[in-house]
Design a protein around this ligand. Structure first.
Ligand SMILES: [Zn+2]
Length: 70
């Protein structure tokens, strides 16, 4: 599970928590003020999506002819 960062809207404290994909800050509370009004912050690795192909590290994904050696 990836670690997401949240920020308390009440006091501005930041906290990290393990969340499932698409799961919000439900169930979390601010460690400083105990508030539950948290907003998810954008993680740095979340911007990994780019021009890279969907499968670059998977060796079994290179289907489509056996051309191109070397
Ligand atoms: Zn707080």
């Amino acid at each position: 599970m990836p670690i997401y960062e949240f920020e308390c809207r009440a006091c501005g404290a930041a906290l990290e928590a393990l969340r499932r994909m698409g799961q919000g800050p439900e169930g979390l509370e601010c460690p400083r003020c105990g508030g539950t009004d948290l907003v998810q912050k954008l993680s740095s690795f979340a911007t990994s999506a780019g021009s890279a192909p969907s499968c670059s590290t998977s060796p079994t994904c290179g289907a489509g002819g056996g051309g191109g050696g070397g």
